[in-house]
Design a protein around this ligand. Sequence first.
Ligand code: FAD
Length: 421
Amino acid sequence: MYDVVIIGAGSSGLMAAISAGQQGARVLLIDKNPRPGRKLVISGGGRCNVTNRTTREDLIAHIPGNGKFLYSALDQFDQEDIIDFFESRGVALKEEDHGRMFPVTDRARTILDTLTQELTALNVETRQRSIVKKIHYHHEKKAVQGVELDDGTKIDTKCVVLAVGGRTYPRTGTTGDGYSWAKAAGHRIERLYPTESPILSHDTLIKKNHLKGVSLRDVKVTLWDSPEHKKALVEHQMDMVITHFGYSGPAILRTSGHMNQFLHQNNQDTAHLSINLVPDLTFHHFLEYAEDNRNKQLTTILKHWMPEKMAEEIVWRAKIRSTTAFKQLTASELDLLWLHVTTFHITGYGTQPIEKGFVTGGGVSTKEVIPQTMESKKMSGLFFCGELLDINGYTGGYNITAAFVTGTIAGQHAAWTALSK
Ligand SMILES: Cc1cc2nc3c(=O)[nH]c(=O)nc-3n(C[C@H](O)[C@H](O)[C@H](O)COP(=O)(O)OP(=O)(O)OC[C@H]3O[C@@H](n4cnc5c(N)ncnc54)[C@H](O)[C@@H]3O)c2cc1C
């Protein structure tokens, strides 16, 4: 009989196992893969963006999928505690742009090794290459009974922590196994959808393929409610890239989950977006520069702020001859040119499928989970953490932070619950 069985040795499960082990509980950590942390080691481009050094409010603002649910958990263990956790174990971390924290080694393996060494030090039992098939519940008592592996082995335990992740990158082991177990315990699963996923588009410029590979730096991408751009739903100022199927890069990834939700909730098949190619430039400064270069062709002037191919596309969209010099522009042509520079229309009809996205939107409803402990409100002894929950953040370390925070809280409270039984 174990005190706590944790299913899934990923970001959240490893932390859950450590925090349960630290309380002195008898812990078993199970994973289907030959080795733990398969997604963790590929995250952040293989460098593992462990967390984000920012304020509590900003952290929550970067977790658009139920970030507020994390307030009580963050009161117990937050991003600074994650940093302390690694630094106190000899792992130097560095801060990069937008507060993103990485190991100085630039190797995710450094993070994973630290977690597994801690498990060994705490004598946490681990079982790799073990697929959990079912969770057994005592439905009358509304309590967890045990776990069953696919080879028929039954394991008795007082508490179970589900840390099996979502549905993205299934080759890392995350095939969505936890949703049916949560459902069997009476939990509601919010609709699953891809977030942090490239946007697919039927735009002519994509079909023509001539802008493929064009990178746009520090542009503002806006998702609108309608083709008339009546209301901006979300805006992100970051880099983006044009691909052979649509749009990608940080600003697009951040917009993608919102776009998927918008299309679904409004039963639409096209979303309208715009790109401001010069969000920090005023019309006055644009004119000043153009006047200084009035004999030059428009594309040459626009190239000052954007790649040549994009400049050509804008001049073409504004229906101005490509050889026109700035001094030849009429007032209405100038207005039109500026409009296309600041509101370059694009559309999207969906995103890459959930398996190819970075993060799963939707999952186990947070309304039925106790925010202070991560325990189920439906089944005693059942705890949730990580991407399985209906929590999703932007890339930038926010998902791993949510996984580490919910994992730590779930493991700790599962241990306390088991030890008090
Ligand atoms: C390519 C990529 C890059 C990313 N980059 C970032 C980033 O830079 N910053 C960021 O914050 N987030 C990033 N993420 C997201 C982040 O990695 C995840 O949100 C986070 O790791 C989720 O942790 P988890 O513990 O919920 O799930 P996981 O880490 O996926 O762990 C789940 C574990 O459960 C195991 N499992 C599943 N089913 C069973 C079963 N039936 N029996 C036994 N074991 C099972 C799996 O094998 C797996 O090991 C990235 C994701 C991807 C795919």
